[in-house]
Design a protein around this ligand. Sequence first.
Ligand code: SF4
Ligand code: SF4
Ligand code: SF4
Length: 249
Amino acid sequence: MRVGIFKFSSCDGCQLSFINLSGELAELENFSIDYFLEGQSVNNYEYFDFSFVEGSVSTTEEIERIKDIRERSKVLVGIGACAVSGGVQSIRNFRNIDDIKTVYNTVDITKNVLENALPISQVVKVDFEIRGCPVSTDVVKDFINSILIGKSPHNYNYPVCLECKRRGNICLLVLNKPCLGPITTAGCNALCPSVNRGCYGCFGPYKDANIEAFYNLFKEKGWGIRDFIENSLNPYNHLFVEKLWKQNL
Ligand code: SF4
Ligand code: SF4
Ligand code: SF4
């Protein structure tokens, strides 16, 4: 299996999961990392059975590059919040460019830059997504093991609450603390609620979440979901914010 690991607009944190696994990956049969600029000095950019892509598409050059990678890849996997939902770069999607220019006033930050930082799936077809900021090494390992034995990777199509309940946590909502677990995709094993901190949604929206019911719950509790999401989710999830805004919540 020929594998490529690619970076787009991102912090490189998700690629570190592959570096953390490098010893184990090197021992796998039928698994060859042909292209990984962050992890090796000899690279071969030809054809890939699996391409793992970190980062959002933020520039015109990145649009061309992701299309080229797509054409060379049998299966394309988005890794991390930047690739799946826009990530930190998508803060600017909801901000005035003139405000941003006051911070970066000595460089032309608008050159070749798209109006919005985009999740990969809004530009090319994505076959699988591994969520997180960064992605968990264990989830990446499970994913690779599954594809090597021809099994479908685990589908985290359920909310963080399910993992939270499995861990036996007392629900933070019951304790009157905001938590986005019911509307966030699982995969982190309820990391934050397990240390008494509300989930702030870094794994992105849970596909079948009843956002309206969740919004009403926040309202009943007297919490501003819009403020909570703008303050805590905006850095991670262009898609989350878009989804809520579309529903006028
Ligand atoms: S998802 Fe988080 S850790 Fe991964 S590249 Fe983006 S900002 Fe970095
Ligand atoms: S603490 Fe959060 S994640 Fe856990 S059950 Fe309650 S709402 Fe769900
Ligand atoms: S913010 Fe939510 S999804 Fe992200 S690690 Fe914490 S509990 Fe998991």
